[in-house]
Write a protein that binds this ligand. Structure first.
Ligand code: AMP
Length: 171
């Protein structure tokens, strides 16, 4: 795990002062690192027994499709507003200043299907909580939420009570 951490570039002050950005592009370009991360997420998702793997735009799209492929499952995207072409369901969530929202295709999940949510970073948890609500709005069950990185000091888990939350790396 220390080796994986050494492949992640920390960029202080991006995108604004006070934020320490965890840049996973340096991990993605390392063949061994990419393989280890996908296998680590795959191993957890296998245990969660799911029907679909959901990725959150944008960096969740780097990880969710290869995990879905490795498990022989389908992939579904959750996107920023007005990107998905067919009928959507929307969830608004609070940011530090203001609100943002995420959308999913209304027919992406059939009632009763079990879904694992994948993203790169669990920070304050608002994004992941909104994705979980979208799954449930469509009648799905959140089997687990899986992240490459969790920023423990932001306590994003507190926004995900009762869910199975897994992260490969903790800071
Ligand atoms: P949050 O809703 O606060 O949990 O933020 C999660 C989203 O913001 C994830 O999709 C991450 O891609 C991104 N994010 C938040 N903080 C960071 C950070 N320090 N480094 C990299 N990405 C971050």
């Amino acid at each position: 795990m220390d080796h994986l951490k050494s492949l992640i570039r920390e960029v202080p002050g991006f995108p604004k002062p006070g934020i320490n950005f965890y840049d996973i592009t340096t991990l993605l370009k390392d063949a061994g690192g990419l393989g280890a991360v996908i296998h680590g997420l795959e191993a957890h998702c296998k245990d969660a027994a799911c029907d679909l793997i959901l990725g959150i735009e944008a960096r969740g799209f780097f990880f969710a499709p290869p995990v879905a492929y490795a498990l022989g499952k389908g992939f579904i995207p959750v996107r920023k507003p007005n990107k998905l072409p067919a009928a959507t369901v929307k969830m608004e969530y609070a940011l530090e200043y203001g609100t943002d929202s995420l959308e999913i295709h209304a027919d992406a999940i059939q009632p009763g299907q079990r879904v694992v949510i994948v993203d790169d970073v669990l920070a304050t948890g608002g994004t992941a909580a909104a994705a979980a609500k979208l799954v449930e709005k469509l009648g799905g069950t959140v089997a687990s939420l899986a992240f490459v990185i969790e920023l423990d000091f932001l306590n994003g888990r507190s926004k995900l009570p009762g869910y199975d939350v897994f992260s490969l790396l903790h800071y």
